[in-house]
Structures are given as structure tokens and as C-alpha cells.
Design a binder for this molecule. Structure first.
Ligand SMILES: [Mg+2]
Length: 334
């Protein structure tokens, strides 16, 4: 007899790429997936929760966006390690009233992301949340392959290394600010939501850096530059100095100037941009192009001895930067 859960799994399997072959030896349909890495490769694995009211708002993020973004966020950590995404596992808790149209929308967004990132669904599970707390919860595990011994780590930054970021910082936060003000419903601001809705993991850049072996350290910017640069520095046992004018901040349109939105604050402390933050020994810094496949690569500062981050202003004055990144929808000081 087919249970409701079997039906749900069948619907998911039909929508999302899941054909076995290559690294995925045995896929959906058995008790567990069987994976195989080529002899010269290592598995890289990460998991990421995407929870209603914590990571997304059902009233603001359409179902299709939830599916796309949940997978993109998790895949960004694979990009940050310089690996190639292969398979993912989905754990989904979904209330009965979302198992119809909402689920179809979510699956179509997730399928689009899976095709774009080269991922196949290797398995997973579904459940109903408790009646007391009927919220949607996605937990996604992504696994990728990296050439043996060639992953990008956070811990290799050394004094004098140049610090780079990819893309524009604060763009996802600007989209969130519009959502928090209910302005995302206005068509004229729709284009400002793309970075918030459809983040692009830096897969090609991560693999390029790993293959070239030029980056001494790397990670993705998920919680904001201030928090993530602190993490990279801590892992490497160093400090950092960055320059105000070098930071590639999001552009706030003139028509939004009335809002208390500061581009530098959003660039430093806004999360979810999912670009890469990486360091390169000074003698190789000139080998980093100004842009990589249409995404700007910007040198924003250098690694220094000691601990802590400082920001050098246009006047040459230095101030300390505290980690004050993305804390989801919790109230915070601005
Ligand atoms: Mg990360």
C-alpha cells in the first residue's frame, strides 16, 4: 500500500534530477544512497537548514524562491571549498496545507537550481511538523568532489596576503530591507530582489582558484563581510586591514535615498551575498583578473599581523570593525 509519504517522495523524485550514474551509484529507491569518488578525488560535504520565519518569510519569499534559494545557500559552501557539486539529500518537514501548490512551486525552484549547479538528488526524507508549530523546514546536505588535496581552506592566510571579494556586497541585504518594509510587492523594485531571491554560488570561481592553487585561504560570504572576514582571520591566526573606498558596495537607487539605508553598512554587515572572500600571497595578487566570467573581483585590503579587523577611511583614519553580520529576522541594532 502506498502511503502519503510515498506519494510525496515520488513527487519529489519526479521533479528533481535524480538519475543514478557516475558518483551516484545507487540513488533514490533504496534505504540509502551509494556514492563513489574517483581515485584522485575527495568528497566535500556540508549541510544547511532553511527554516520558515528564520531564513525565509512565506509571505515574502515565493515557493519557487524558497526551493531555489535553499539549495543555492547550501551549494555555496561547496563553491567556497573549490569543489564541484555532485549530489544532495533533502530533509523536508511540510505542513499538510503546503503539500499542494506550494510544494509544486518549491520543487520547480529547487529543480532549476539543481540543474544549474549540476546536482542530483540522492535521497532524503519527509515529515509533518508538529501541529503546534506548523512551519516549513528544509534541511539540505550537499556533497561535491574536489581534486585530492586541492580544496580551499580558511586557515592559510598569511601576513601581507592581498584580500579579494567577488561580486557586489550588500545586494542581498538591500532586497531584504525592501521586504522588511513591505516594498517588495511594488513592481518597480523587483529588479532589486534578484540577489536576495536567487543567490549565485561562486562555483566556477571556487574551482578556478582551487585548480590554480593561488588562494592561500577562501570562504563564502554568507553572514556579511564583517563576520566572515573575522572567521577567516581567526582560522588563520591573523588580522586584516581593509579600505573604505575599495569595498564594492551595492548601489542604492536615488529614489530610495529617503530610507535609512547605508551602502557601506549593508556591504559590511549584510548577509547572503554568497560571493567568495579569498586571500592571495602578495607576489601572486597581480594574477587575479579584475573580473571572472562577468563577476568583479576586487582587492579590498591586506592581511596583517595580530588580531582584529580595521577599516581605513578616505582620510586615512583607521577604525575597528566588529563582526555584526546577518542574524536572520531577529531584531538587531542598526
Ligand atoms: Mg560558508
Amino acid at each position: 500500500m502506498k502511503t502519503g509519504e510515498d506519494n510525496l517522495i515520488e513527487r519529489i523524485r519526479r521533479r528533481i534530477p535524480s538519475t543514478a550514474g557516475g558518483a551516484l551509484q545507487v540513488g533514490i529507491g533504496d534505504d540509502a544512497a551509494v556514492l563513489r569518488a574517483p581515485p584522485d578525488a575527495d568528497w566535500v560535504a556540508t549541510c544547511d537548514p532553511f527554516l520558515e520565519d528564520v531564513h525565509f518569510l512565506a509571505a515574502a519569499h515565493p515557493a519557487e524562491v524558497v526551493g531555489y534559494k535553499a539549495l543555492a545557500r547550501a551549494t555555496s559552501d561547496i563553491a567556497a571549498m573549490g569543489a564541484r557539486p555532485e549530489v544532495f539529500l533533502l530533509n523536508l518537514a511540510i505542513p499538510a496545507n503546503r503539500a499542494g501548490r506550494w510544494l509544486d512551486g518549491m520543487l520547480s525552484g529547487m529543480a532549476r537550481a539543481a540543474r544549474k549547479f549540476g546536482l542530483r538528488l540522492a535521497g532524503g526524507d519527509t515529515s509533518r511538523p508538529s501541529e503546534k508549530h506548523p512551519k516549513i523546514a528544509l534541511n539540505i546536505t550537499v556533497m561535491g568532489l574536489a581534486r585530492r588535496g586541492r580544496v580551499l581552506r580558511r586557515s592559510g592566510a598569511r601576513r601581507g596576503d592581498a584580500i579579494f571579494v567577488s561580486g557586489r556586497l550588500g545586494a542581498a541585504q538591500l532586497g531584504l530591507e525592501l521586504i522588511l518594509r513591505g516594498m517588495h510587492r511594488q513592481r518597480k523594485w523587483k529588479h532589486l530582489l534578484a540577489a536576495q531571491f536567487y543567490p549565485a554560488p561562486a562555483l566556477q570561481l571556487g574551482q578556478w582558484l582551487a585548480q590554480r592553487g593561488v588562494a592561500s585561504a577562501a570562504m563564502d560570504i554568507s553572514d556579511g563581510l564583517s563576520s566572515d572576514l573575522h572567521r577567516l582571520c581567526k582560522a588563520s591566526g591573523v588580522g586584516a586591514r581593509i579600505y573604505r573606498e575599495k569595498i564594492p558596495c551595492v548601489t542604492v537607487p536615488d529614489k530610495l535615498r529617503a530610507l535609512p539605508l547605508d551602502a557601506l553598512t549593508m556591504a559590511l554587515h549584510g548577509g547572503e551575498d554568497y560571493g567568495l572572500l579569498f586571500t592571495v600571497p602578495k607576489r601572486w595578487a597581480a594574477r587575479i583578473p579584475k573580473s571572472f566570467r562577468g563577476t568583479a573581483l576586487t582587492r579590498i585590503g591586506e592581511i596583517v599581523r595580530g588580531r582584529g579587523l580595521t577599516l581605513t577611511g578616505a582620510d586615512g583614519k583607521r577604525s575597528a570593525i566588529e563582526p555584526r553580520g546577518w542574524d536572520h529576522f531577529r531584531p538587531r541594532a542598526r
